[in-house]
Design a protein around this ligand. Structure first.
Ligand SMILES: Nc1ncnc2c1ncn2[C@@H]1O[C@H](COP(=O)(O)OP(=O)(O)O)[C@@H](O)[C@H]1O
Ligand SMILES: [Mg+2]
Length: 274
């Protein structure tokens, strides 16, 4: 069985080819390279030139409005929330009730009890925020350039910490915990671009981590599974893990995080556009 999975993300379109149950090849394209439409799909298949396929599965974007076949190949539509949850379960081999965090253009949070996936909302702070604020503050919306700058920078030059305000820790909160993201900017004449980039990543990591921990604890969980392309950023990972440790919480970073949604769509054999 040869099946093609497509995740129409808001920033990136991920495509994966499955042959006899194994992912054998993946591609990604900036969103809009191929429209999320019947015509766009046809163009993609022509471009990939994979020969006969048994099935195409699509998730994300406006995929729910696609026809039920592309050329002569049946097309199945999978709800994005189900796809993310299935992808996490498959990649992490995780069977317990879980809080899934998908850090893409925005950040989706999902509770999955093993039977049903529920979209909890999440945080509109995510990868789009990094690129948008990167454009405004750093003059570049190029992910790789922003990430490279951030690696050279120090968020503590930008963020106002508890110790900056009170000179020490407060109760359980260590002195180096951030009290105000970007708060230190006001105290300085100049800020290095690299520090601003690091501060941006810190802002996103902390915001997502705090919301995820709050959501997880509502379900009695003290861990969360993290996927999405933005979660592959090493600095983001370090900051999220640290935030978890500060709050006795465990974030599980999942390998192949950027492919979770498309892999989940391929793994889900039943749903159709839910
Ligand atoms: N090569 C890349 N191209 C574009 N965005 C990237 C890349 N690597 C990391 N990113 C970050 O990941 C985000 C997109 O994550 P992704 O999981 O693909 O989301 P979506 O499914 O919403 O398109 C971007 O907003 C950007 O911040
Ligand atoms: Mg995606």
């Amino acid at each position: 069985m040869k099946r093609l999975g497509i995740d129409f993300g808001a920033s990136v379109m991920d495509v994966a080819l499955e042959d006899d149950g194994e992912i054998v090849q993946t591609w990604y394209f900036p969103s809009g390279t191929f429209a999320c439409s019947d015509a766009g799909l046809k163009l993609l298949l022509v471009e990939l030139n994979l020969g006969r396929l048994d099935e195409v599965v699509a998730t994300g974007g406006r995929s729910a409005f696609l026809a039920d076949a592309v050329a002569a190949t049946p097309l199945r539509k999978i709800g994005e929330i189900t796809a993310i949850a299935s992808g996490i379960r498959k990649l992490a081999n995780y069977a317990k009730p879980m809080l899934g965090v998908c850090m893409g253009t925005g950040t989706a949070m999902i509770y999955d009890d093993g039977k049903q996936s529920t979209f909890l909302g999440g945080s509109a702070v995510g990868g789009g925020t990094l690129l948008g604020l990167g454009k405004l503050l750093l003059g570049t919306e190029d992910y790789d350039k922003i990430a490279a700058l951030a690696r050279l920078g120090h968020a503590d030059q930008i963020d106002l910490t508890i110790a900056d305000i009170v000179g020490s820790s407060i109760g359980k909160l260590a002195g180096d915990v951030v009290a105000s993201h970007f708060g230190k900017v006001l105290k300085k004449a100049d800020n290095a671009r690299a520090d601003i980039a690091a501060g941006l990543i810190h802002l996103i990591a902390e915001t997502v981590a705090l919301i995820a921990m709050g959501q997880a604890r509502q379900f009695g969980l003290d861990e969360a599974m993290v996927v999405g392309r933005l979660s592959e950023n090493k600095q983001m990972q370090t900051m999220i893990m640290r935030s978890g440790r500060d709050h006795d919480f465990r974030f599980v970073l999942i390998a192949q995080a950027s492919l979770a949604t498309v892999i989940g769509a391929l793994a889900d054999r039943h749903s159709n556009g839910d």
